[in-house]
Design a protein around this ligand. Sequence first.
Ligand SMILES: [Mn+2]
Length: 285
Amino acid sequence: MEAKKRKLDVVVISDIHLGTFGAQAGDLADYLNSIDIDILVLNGDIIDIWQFNKRYFPNSHMAVIRAIFTKLSKGTKVHYITGNHDEMLRKFNGFSLGDFTIQNKIVLNLPTGKAWIFHGDVFDTSMKQSKWIVKLGGFGYDLLIRINSIVNWCSERMGRGRVSLSKKVKDSVKGVISYINNFEETVAEIAISKGYEYVICGHIHQPTIQEMTSKDGRVHYLNSGDWIENRTALEYVNGAWTLYTHEENKTKRDRIPDEKNHLNYEHLYNDVLMDNSYSLNFVEP
Ligand SMILES: [Mn+2]
């Protein structure tokens, strides 16, 4: 029997990077299928269009898309907020179809206050960053995350555990820590000046819920983390936010055989033409 689903008012997830090796899509599909939600906010970098390759889109990645569409069909409102890896979708800012919208930011009116939600890459260029990150352009931290995702993919296939490269680097390189701190402070400062109760970002793959103060006031800064390294989501229920961390699926049941199931023309051909109600009549000799 199917386990009873947890009921949640709002869930925010971000930085899934579907279409890349590092995405923990099987785990995410399990998570999505275990909850019932009124509002689902996909806060950017959901499909990694930068790195997208039609030869790599495994079943587990498709399962995430399917889980999202199932939610939609059951009445969940789904807000797709654009990130820098899916910035091509920014052209569609304002698009809506039924309960699905694409936006660059949203403001949710929660019973406990207004939540300002956006991906966060907008601050990459305006921040006072540490020198080496400035040299690399906002690109440096992103590159680190990408290298980590490839290293993990290889390491898993060699039967070793995942290595948290970015965690290690984060802990040892001062520049990264100041990048993260600058990001959080910049975001909080602006949110305070705008009078929001909550500000919610993704982008830096650093999950947290914290109250931040400045001379002008206070705000709750939240970050939904990612589904490459942390497997985290922000959940709002009964007027409170909590940070959820998904247990890693040790069996990896759906990871390795996946690769053979990339999108190909044979699949497409079968899907388009092999229909029971219609058959092609080849001319017989
Ligand atoms: Mn991003």
